[in-house]
Design a protein around this ligand. Structure first.
Ligand code: ADP
Ligand code: MG
Length: 290
């Protein structure tokens, strides 16, 4: 289904900025006891910016940035938008572009094969050799943000750190989830240190970090197998399978079409507090937010 297939509620739901697929709020909205939250773009703003650039020996800072930006310009991921914005004058053309949800991107720039993404993905999936001192640097960088490692023609070319900010409404939203008796869980493809920092700041105890889109799906399935009734909130292509598998899928309004299409409800504003409002309202009414 496309976003236009969503029914725009006419009463209370639409006032709150809640778009529901179909005529009724799904019955399970009232029974939800666990709320799984994607990090980037859901708990955080998703408006990332570059905080550090670390070129490899023999590579210039400008080189790492322009190489990565050329490939990332073809991606809509928040990480990609931050990197592409570093070269405002426009980027070189990219051929054979491919995006790997939850990992990174690849393409050919000026005849060179370029891969940008999670350091572990470059090492394991692309067999990019990473010397021990570089590995130590990358581990340190992961304490400060999301690390985009860059390789050109199979060689490590440098790393770019990007970071974003937690939405000012997220901590209050988590407090509301708790007040409703919901257990919040943070689920992210990002590294464990960054994930833990965000979780601590908004008051979430349980964190699953470094998970692929398929593993996000596994986490949701696992919670359901424990007998929980699971709501999942996400915005990315990487969240779509997990959103579809949850008892209740909620997409952030500013998110990707894939996330919106996989969800039962779209929160227009991207304000997580509205998710709590929707669940509270559903518990009070007979399943129809009118
Ligand atoms: P999240 O679960 O926080 O929304 P994703 O699953 O979309 O994050 O991505 C997981 C990780 O994969 C990111 O933190 C980043 O390290 C890497 N990644 C994803 N897309 C890209 C991209 N376009 N460029 C570089 N790295 C990426
Ligand atoms: Mg996201």
């Amino acid at each position: 289904a496309t976003p236009t297939a969503l029914l725009v509620g006419t009463g209370r739901g639409s006032q709150l900025g809640i778009l529901i697929r179909g005529p009724q709020v799904p019955e399970q909205t009232r029974r939800v006891d666990t709320i799984v939250l994607d990090k980037t773009g859901t708990v955080t703003s998703g408006a990332m910016s570059i905080t550090e650039v670390h070129p490899a020996a023999g590579v210039t800072r400008g080189d790492v940035l322009s190489t990565a930006a050329a490939v990332e310009a073809a991606s809509e991921h928040p990480v990609a938008r931050a990197v592409a914005a570093a070269v405002p004058s426009g980027t070189a053309e990219v051929d054979a572009f491919a995006s790997h949800a939850g990992y990174g991107v690849q393409g050919v720039v000026d005849g060179s094969a370029v891969v940008c993404g999670r350091p572990s993905w470059l090492r394991e999936q692309w067999s990019v050799p990473i010397p021990p001192d570089t590995a130590a640097l990358l581990a340190e960088l992961e304490t400060r943000g999301t690390v985009v490692a860059v390789a050109r023609d199979g060689s490590y070319a440098g790393a770019i750190v990007v970071a974003d900010t937690i939405k000012p409404t997220s901590a209050e939203a988590v407090a509301r989830f708790r007040a409703l008796g919901l257990e919040p869980v943070l689920l992210t493809g990002d590294n464990a240190v960054t994930a833990r920092r965000v979780a601590d700041e908004v008051g979430i105890a349980t964190v699953h970090a470094g998970v692929s889109p398929a593993e996000k799906l596994d986490v949701v399935r696992g919670l359901r197998a424990e007998g929980r009734v699971v709501a999942m909130v996400g915005d990315g292509v990487n969240d779509a399978a997990a959103l579809a598998a949850a008892d209740l899928g909620l997409a952030m309004g500013g998110g990707t079409d894939a996330a919106i299409a996989a969800s039962d409800i779209t929160i227009v504003s991207g304000d997580l507090r509205v998710v709590a409002d929707a669940i509270r309202l559903a518990r009070r009414t007979l399943g129809t937010i009118k």
